[in-house]
Design a protein around this ligand. Structure first.
Ligand SMILES: C[S@@+](CC[C@H](N)C(=O)[O-])C[C@H]1O[C@@H](n2cnc3c(N)ncnc32)[C@H](O)[C@@H]1O
Length: 373
C-alpha cells in the first residue's frame, strides 16, 4: 500500500501529512483547511467550490449533514442550456464531475483499524475492509467516498432481488449491479440454441451466468477482468449453489475454446469514463463492444449464437448511430438472426426534469441474436 499518494496540511502551526485514498481516482487536494462544527454550509460550499478541502475535526453526524447542505447548493446552480442531445450529455457529465469534485472536498481522518476519531462516528470497519482490504494504517478520504463505501456494504448485505432467479444477487463495491433488471429478463426468455456450454463475457456480479445455469445450461464459463467482479461473481455462485455449473475465470473478453451460446452485456456508452468506477457504463472508443463482436465468430460452435445486450441510449445521444452498429456486425462476419426489445422501467426514464430526459425516455434495450455468416 506504499503507492498511496500523500495529502499534506498545516494544523496548529505544524506540518502534517497522511496517506490519501480515493477509489474514484481523485488526486489529493492541494489546499487543505481544518474545519469543525462552526463552519457554515455557505462557507464550506464556497471553499470547496474554490478547490480548498476541509479536513473535518468536528462531529461526524454534523459533517454528514454539512455534505447534504453542500449538495443542495451544488444542485441549485443554474443549468446551462444545451442544444443537441450530445451537448446536453456533455454538459451533464461536466456538471456531474464538477459536483463530485466539490462534494469530494469534505475530508475525514481515519485511524488504524478504520476507526474514525470523531464524535458520533459509526463503526465502518467492515464496510472499509470490503472495499480497501485489511487495515493498513491511518489515511484521509472524503466523506462522499465513505458514504459510497457504506452504501455498497448495505447493498452487498441485502442484495438485489432478481425475480427470474427467485433469488438475490449481492453486488460488491464497484461491480455493475442488476438493479435495472430489464436486460436480465431478456436473457431469461430468449430461445436457447443449445444447453451444453455457454460463455458470459464480462460477468460482473455473475447474474447472467446464474440465469443461464438455472435455465439448464450444463456448463457456463463466466469471464471478467476486474478483480472485484471476479470475487463478487464467485461469491454469488457459491450462495446460489452453482459452483459446479459455473466457472468464473479472469480473461480479457473470451475464455479458451468455443461455445454454442456466448452472452455479453458490455458497457453501453462509448465515451471516456471519468473515474475507474464508471467502467461498467462507459466503454472508451467502444473497445469492449468491438472486441466482443470481432472475436465472436471465432468462439462460436457451428450453429451457435452470440447474444449482445445493448441499450440504444448512445444512439439517442448521437454517440453511436445504429448504422455504425450494424456495420460493425457485418465487418465482424456476423448476421442478425433475431432481436428482442425491452423498455427501461427505471424512474428517471419518466422524469421530465432530468437533463437527459429525451434520450432516457426513448431508450430501448435489445438482445441481438447474432450468428456467424
Ligand atoms: C455492463 S457490465 C455487465 C455485467 C453483467 N454481465 C451484467 O449483465 O450485469 C460490463 C462488465 O464487463 C467487464 N469488462 C469490461 N471489459 C472487459 C474485458 N475486456 N474482458 C472481460 N470483462 C470486461 C466489466 O468489468 C463489467 O463487469
Amino acid at each position: 500500500m506504499n503507492d498511496h499518494p500523500i495529502i499534506q496540511w498545516t494544523e496548529a502551526g505544524e506540518a502534517r501529512s497522511a496517506r490519501w485514498r480515493s477509489e474514484s481516482g481523485a488526486v489529493p487536494p492541494k489546499r487543505v483547511v481544518i474545519a469543525d462544527d462552526r463552519m457554515t454550509a455557505d462557507a464550506a460550499f464556497r471553499l470547496a467550490s474554490e478547490g480548498s478541502a476541509l479536513l473535518w475535526r468536528g462531529d461526524f453526524q454534523n459533517a454528514r449533514q454539512l455534505l447534504q447542505a453542500m449538495a443542495r447548493r451544488a444542485d441549485r446552480k443554474p443549468r446551462k442550456s444545451a442544444g443537441s442531445p450530445l451537448d446536453a450529455f456533455n454538459l451533464y457529465r461536466q456538471a456531474q464531475s464538477q459536483r463530485a469534485r466539490t462534494l469530494g472536498m469534505l475530508l475525514l481522518p481515519f485511524d488504524a483499524g478504520y476507526r474514525i476519531p470523531l464524535r458520533r462516528a459509526p463503526d465502518v470497519s467492515q464496510a472499509c475492509i470490503e472495499v480497501y482490504g485489511p487495515d493498513d494504517g491511518p489515511f484521509v478520504a472524503s466523506m462522499r467516498e465513505l458514504l459510497g463505501v457504506i452504501g455498497a456494504h448495505e447493498w452487498r448485505k441485502k442484495g438485489v432481488e432478481v425475480p427470474v432467479l427467485g433469488a438475490r444477487i449481492h453486488p460488491h463495491y464497484g461491480v455493475f449491479s442488476p438493479v435495472r433488471g430489464e436486460y436480465v429478463d431478456l436473457v431469461a426468455t430468449a430461445p436457447l440454441p443449445s444447453t451444453k456450454l455457454a460463455f458470459d463475457i464480462g460477468t460482473g456480479t455473475g447474474v447472467l451466468a446464474a440465469v443461464l445455469a438455472r435455465r439448464g445450461i450444463e456448463r457456463v464459463v463466466a469471464t471478467d477482468q476486474d478483480a472485484r467482479a471476479l470475487a463478487c461473481a464467485r461469491e454469488n455462485m457459491t450462495r446460489l449453489g452453482l459452483t459446479e455449473q459455473v466457472d468464473v475465470v479472469q480473461a480479457d473478453l473470451f475464455p479458451e475454446g468455443r461455445a454454442s451460446l456466448i452472452v455479453c452485456n458490455p458497457p453501453w456508452v462509448p465515451a471516456r469514463p471519468s473515474s475507474p468506477l464508471e467502467y461498467a457504463v462507459y466503454d472508451p472508443d467502444g473497445r469492449m463492444l468491438r472486441g466482443f463482436l470481432n472475436g465472436l465468430a471465432a468462439h462460436l460452435e457451428p450453429g451457435g449464437e452470440g447474444w449482445l445486450i445493448l441499450s440504444d441510449f448512445a444512439e439517442h445521444l448521437g454517440l453511436r448511430p445504429r448504422a455504425e452498429l450494424l456495420a460493425a456486425f457485418d465487418a465482424a462476419g456476423l448476421k442478425v438472426i433475431g432481436k428482442m426489445d425491452i423498455r427501461p422501467r427505471h424512474p428517471r426514464a419518466s422524469d421530465p426534469g432530468d437533463p437527459l430526459h429525451a434520450a432516457r425516455a426513448a431508450e430501448t434495450t435489445s438482445l441481438w441474436r447474432l450468428a456467424a455468416r
